[in-house]
Ligand binder design. Sequence first.
Ligand code: ATP
Ligand SMILES: Nc1ccn([C@H]2C[C@H](O)[C@@H](COP(=O)(O)O)O2)c(=O)n1
Length: 230
Amino acid sequence: MIIAVDGPSGSGKSSTARGVATRLGLRYLDTGATYRAVTWSAVDRGLDLDDTAAVAQRARELELEVSTDPGHQFVIADGTDVTAAIREPRISAVVSKIATNLDVRKELIRRQREIIDDAQNSPQSGGGIVVEGRDIATVVATDAELKVHLTADQDARMSRRGAELESGSVTAEQLRDQIVRRDADDATVSQFLVASDGAVTVDSTHLSLEEVIDVISRLAKETVPQGRER
Ligand SMILES: Nc1ncnc2c1ncn2[C@@H]1O[C@H](COP(=O)(O)OP(=O)(O)OP(=O)(O)O)[C@@H](O)[C@H]1O
Ligand SMILES: Nc1ccn([C@H]2C[C@H](O)[C@@H](COP(=O)(O)O)O2)c(=O)n1
């Protein structure tokens, strides 16, 4: 079983998808981490991020390992543990440049499908995987059994991201850049601002994280009734 979770920045995709996977004993893939890892590597090597050919070449050459264990997430790029580094504001500020590079997308979508196949075939998969991103239902796994469009209004998304960052470490303008500008750029290559065909919309604006996990876990069990709970 594949559960696809798409939606805008700060809607709660990562936390919710990880929570659903943990509760149902499934694997979990954060596809945004693959774009962040390529960004980290391009920045680390001092590449011109506007040089689309050089960045795409980096994406193809990068040795990348992304954990699908919801209880132990890590990302290794060319042998370096970049789990924390890929979340730094300097990476968030430029990751859309890499995510809108169509040759990078082609390579990373291929790798994401490989990771999904491997995870589903692993003995720990519990029969499925929760995959989150922007184009999972529409491109990466169009055959997903359950497609969720996770939303929240802009104020809620900005205040969640603000609470997450160290207080005083980010200005209102930087926060808006991380949510509003990034979504506008990312939406030029993926359709995640509206629900895709067959997707169930879950609006998390007035729901706690646990409530959103409850809703999606229930939908998963209705989709595959033998889905088990941990
Ligand atoms: N329903 C919720 N209520 C309150 N806070 C939430 C809820 N869901 C997630 N959060 C919090 O909001 C923040 C952003 O969540 P998360 O990183 O999961 O979003 P995201 O959609 O994956 O964002 P991005 O696409 O930018 O990576 C986190 O601090 C998370 O704990
Ligand atoms: N399937 C995906 C996943 C992510 N992106 C883009 C969107 C962001 O700019 C960047 C990092 O994602 P995040 O970790 O913030 O969820 O990657 C995408 O285009 N497609």
